[in-house]
Design a protein around this ligand. Structure first.
Ligand SMILES: *[C@@H]1O[C@H](CO)[C@@H](O)[C@H](O)[C@H]1NC(C)=O
Ligand SMILES: *[C@@H]1O[C@H](CO)[C@@H](O)[C@H](O)[C@H]1NC(C)=O
Ligand SMILES: *[C@@H]1O[C@H](CO)[C@@H](O)[C@H](O)[C@H]1NC(C)=O
Ligand SMILES: *[C@@H]1O[C@H](CO)[C@@H](O)[C@H](O)[C@H]1NC(C)=O
Ligand SMILES: *[C@@H]1O[C@H](CO)[C@@H](O)[C@H](O)[C@H]1NC(C)=O
Ligand SMILES: *[C@@H]1O[C@H](CO)[C@@H](O)[C@H](O)[C@H]1NC(C)=O
Length: 404
């Protein structure tokens, strides 16, 4: 049979310049980056090669696959993959994409950027290695107004109907993945890793996004595992492992006057292990924008030795003193927590500190069982300006301010 195959191959080759018959019938084409000039020696800068492969793939009328095979492909600066593309594109990463270790080499807020694209699929068993170690010690923006820009590993802006499946993000300089104005996007089987003490290395960060599904994802990093910021609606999170890290956070919100509502979040079947916080909502003490955070559901959540398992803080001020402009104007309402269990590092396992001007409304607690493993006696709850109801097992005893 071999001769048939080789004869067919020869025939195909002879037609290479006149025909497209050797492509699969649906017109899909694979761009193996090595065959298009990328060098996997871990040193040669492949930015221009990758960008030109993207341009060819994006302009094809059939669907395209860009394939990054095993090997270390150095991308020595910011890369921008921009649409709109004619058809769908699959980016398969089996190898390693390596960032420069010098933060000044990436003259952008994000290292690998995807913009203005519909129907993008990123998959593979490969790794984005942000080489953040040298950058983390330069991260002093809270004290130094002329601090250097440190890049996030991968960013999506104005991307719809797309997904990431697989891949690992390692040691980003700042956050790992950033999503801005992204709609209908699924994230599954992703692994995110950076040391627990690496500053501002948020795992997944969202602003102005809708219809996002995150599942089967393991995040261990130095800041929020998932940060849900202004203007996010309809997000569904399940089977996530978070730790080390600062938990799954809504906010911080309310600082900018253009902040928008956050509405519709479900977090299910998730484990927080050794994190500083678990379920967290933070709004600035000096907040000015009058927005609503509503319809948040947390269900079947395990806490393993978590600093603050449940933590609503409407007086957020990470670098005091904060200029006080009155109470937070962010209204938190319709919050349901069901079957939240495990261990708290601090005695106060449930902290619900809401705004005096806009008390939290309709907070429902069902089957909470959070034990304090320290020697300081049983766990406790703290409430300020919070109205709601409790049902089922309640450890610690709740302190809600009557139904409202
Ligand atoms: C062609 O399309 C079919 C159905 O959409 C898909 O299963 C197959 O993988 C495609 N072929 C290639 C080579 O991409
Ligand atoms: C790529 O590397 C992975 C892990 O090192 C290995 O399991 C896989 O077989 C390799 N694939 C190829 C095509 O060499
Ligand atoms: C930096 O990123 C922005 C979008 O985030 C893009 O428009 C710009 O072209 C990038 N610059 C470089 C040098 O890559
Ligand atoms: C992406 O989705 C949003 C929200 O559904 C929509 O407003 C926007 O027009 C879409 N963009 C594209 C390029 O399809
Ligand atoms: C995302 O997942 C949801 C639920 O599993 C599914 O309905 C939707 O089609 C998926 N969207 C994309 C873009 O993969
Ligand atoms: C929690 O983290 C610790 C320390 O990293 C680890 O040994 C343990 O296996 C983890 N537990 C679970 C249930 O993942």
């Amino acid at each position: 049979m071999a001769w048939i195959a080789s004869a067919f191959k020869a025939l195909c080759l002879s037609f290479l310049f006149v025909s497209v018959a050797c492509r699969s019938t649906n017109g899909s084409k694979v761009f193996n980056v090595r065959r298009y000039g990328a060098n996997p020696d871990g040193k040669t800068d492949n930015v221009n090669t990758f960008t030109s492969i993207w341009k060819s793939a994006c302009a094809r009328s059939g669907s395209s696959k860009i394939y990054v095979p095993n090997g270390t492909f150095y991308l020595g600066g910011a890369v921008v993959f921009e649409g709109p593309c004619i058809n769908q594109i699959e980016f398969i990463i089996d190898g390693t994409l390596l960032a420069p270790s010098n933060p000044g080499d990436i003259k952008n807020k994000t290292w690998i950027n995807f913009r203005y694209i519909n129907n993008l699929l990123i998959s593979g068993a490969g790794t984005l290695d942000g080489q953040g170690k040298e950058s983390w010690k330069l991260n002093d923006c809270s004290k130094n107004p002329s601090c250097p820009i440190l890049a996030m590993n991968m960013g999506f802006a104005f991307v719809n109907n797309s997904r990431i499946n697989g891949i690992t993000s390692l040691n980003s300089k700042m956050g790992h993945f950033d999503f801005f104005s992204v709609h209908q996007f699924n994230i599954t089987g992703v692994t995110i890793k950076a040391p627990g003490d690496s500053p501002n290395t948020d795992g997944l960060k969202f602003g102005f996004c809708s219809n996002i599904h995150i599942s089967d994802t393991h995040i261990g990093t130095g800041d929020d595992c998932i940060a849900i910021l202004s203007g996010v609606t309809d997000m569904d999170i399940s089977n996530v492992k978070c730790g080390p890290g600062h938990g799954i956070s809504v906010g911080s919100l309310g600082k900018g006057k253009d902040d928008k509502d956050v509405n519709g979040l479900t977090v299910r079947d998730t484990v927080f292990n050794g994190t500083s916080d678990g379920i967290r909502i933070k709004t600035w003490e000096s907040s000015i924008s009058q927005i609503v955070v509503s319809h948040l559901v947390y269900e079947n959540i395990q806490m393993i030795n978590v600093g603050n398992p449940i933590n609503i803080d409407q007086t957020y001020c990470p670098y005091p003193p904060c200029k006080k402009k009155g109470e937070s104007h962010v209204q938190i309402q319709d919050l349901k927590l069901t079957n939240i269990y495990g261990t708290s590092k601090n005695k106060v396992a449930v902290k619900l500190k809401c705004s005096k001007s806009f008390p939290c409304k309709n907070v429902e607690l069902v089957d909470i069982n959070l034990e304090n493993k320290g020697a300081k006696g049983p766990s406790t709850a703290v409430c300020e300006n919070v109205h709601g109801s409790a049902l089922g097992k309640m450890v610690p005893e709740h302190c809600l301010n009557g139904p409202w």
